[in-house]
Design a protein around this ligand. Structure first.
Ligand code: S3P
Length: 438
């Protein structure tokens, strides 16, 4: 395996007009629903990152014929709701929590025998949040005694619909149960404590499935079918975030991010940055395949610290590593609360970001459910990514305002969500060099 270290020289500004790769959440779902549909689904803008490719390979291993990806184009020959086959070997989902949690629901009532495994980071992540409600539906999905991978999904009698109130705001849990609900007798309803990304609901509707939303409750009735549909995947707002924060903190910056998904359940980062004083224009709003997109222009602005509104937390859940860097460059104090979910992402993003920011000379105090950051001068130093793509990219962006070189160890993980990150970052003004060790 190749190990990448990033060396980033301080300073610089962001300029130009770029399109970051396709949305990871939508890419996963396009393979899943395209595989279960009747007919041929054509996907464009598919994210050719390791996580989405792990999902694609899993469906190939379960007998689905999939062409591509080639230049973001994927053609899926759907096998219908009951057409998947038990794979010969465990399915390796790599680093991807979305793949495991959504697949556990999608496969629970399918009648297949599947084992899901993953890398060391994914193998530490909590799975009881899906196995407990799935077992209430009658599924047999077994984790190990710690509630972690491997997950073993066994064929079972037909599932029963469930009325489930989630203890945490999680689109992965919601999606898992809705996908299991496709195979259940009667209605499956999921109530969320706060709105989370709704790509599963939107895409099910695009494939002709009736999904009903009433306030914070979403329901569907099992036993229906999916009809193939063409999917255009917008650029991932979570990947665009690194450039939004970078341009906001680096004096002289002016960058346009093209064709970015601005689904209302994903735009917490724009709302939070604007509340901090960022200069962001959302231009050319349009609708693409059931998802809103826009071009986003970001210019440098002097940021100020804020108390991050609680209702924005689930809407920006993947963006906090980068937002912590924005807070480190802001005038005054930024306080994040209500974000304990960050502790069970690809890494413990509260601890890992606080450690890294402290190494770089920033007063960053982790709390059980967030962080308190005093804006200051970012220094140089060496930080660890802890197998987490978003930690790697966040510290790259920090160098735009640092006083010395920043070295980030173990950055190969960037390929999970953003394989072209280094070339896009270098092309738009970041002084980044990759050192590879085999
Ligand atoms: C995702 C949901 C979020 C997010 C993850 C992708 C999805 O996780 O952090 O990167 O595609 O549904 P949670 O739902 O667990 O918060």
């Amino acid at each position: 395996m190749t190990v990448n270290t990033f060396h980033v020289a301080p300073g610089g500004k962001l300029s130009g007009s770029i399109r970051v790769p396709g949305d990871k959440s939508i890419s996963h779902r396009s393979i899943m629903l395209g595989s279960l549909a009747e007919g041929v689904t054509e996907v464009s803008g598919f994210l050719e990152g390791e996580d989405a490719l792990a999902t694609l390979q899993a469906f190939r291993d379960m007998g689905v014929q999939i062409e591509g990806p080639e230049g973001g184009r994927v053609i899926i020959h759907g096998v219908g709701m009951k057409g998947l086959k038990s794979p010969e070997k465990p399915l390796d989902m790599g680093n991807s929590g979305t793949s495991v949690r959504l697949l556990s629901g999608l496969l629970a009532g399918h009648g297949v025998d599947v084992t899901l495994v993953g890398d060391s980071s994914l193998s530490k992540r909590p799975m009881r949040r899906v196995t407990t409600p799935l077992s209430e539906m009658g599924a047999v999905v077994e984790s190990n005694e710690k509630g972690t991978l491997p997950l073993h999904i066994k064929p079972t009698a037909p599932l029963k619909g469930i009325n489930y109130t989630m203890p945490m705001a999680s689109a992965q849990v919601k999606s898992c149960l809705l996908l299991a609900g496709l195979y259940a007798e009667g209605d499956t309803c999921v109530t969320e404590p706060a709105p989370t990304r709704d790509h599963t609901e939107r895409m099910l509707q695009a494939f002709g499935y009736d999904v009903r939303r009433d306030g914070n409750r979403v329901c569907l009735t099992g036993g229906g079918r999916l009809v193939a549909s063409n999917i255009e995947v917008p650029a991932d707002i979570s990947s665009a975030t690194f450039f939004m924060v970078g341009a906001s903190i680096a004096p002289g910056s002016d960058i346009v991010l093209e064709h970015v998904g601005i689904n209302p359940t994903r735009i917490g980062v724009i709302n939070i940055l604007k509340a901090m004083g960022a200069h962001i224009d959302v231009l050319n709003k349009r609708q693409v395949g059931g998802e809103p997109v826009a071009d986003i222009r970001v210019r440098y602005a002097e940021l100020k610290g804020i108390d991050i509104p609680l209702d924005q937390v689930p809407l920006a859940i993947d963006e906090f590593p980068a937002l912590f860097v924005a807070a480190a460059c802001a005038k005054g104090t930024t306080v994040l609360r209500g974000a304990e979910e960050l502790r069970v992402k690809e890494s413990d993003r509260i601890q890992v970001m606080a450690d890294g920011l402290q190494i770089l000379g920033i007063d960053a105090e982790p709390t059980p459910d967030g962080m308190v950051i005093q804006g200051g001068q970012i220094g140089g130093g060496t930080v660890e990514s802890h197998e987490d793509h978003r930690i790697s990219m966040s510290f790259v962006i920090a160098a735009l305002r640092a006083s010395g070189n920043i070295t980030i160890n173990d950055c190969s993980n960037v390929n999970t969500s953003f394989p072209s990150f280094v070339s896009l970052a270098a092309g738009s003004g970041i002084k980044i060099v990759t050192i590879q060790r085999v």
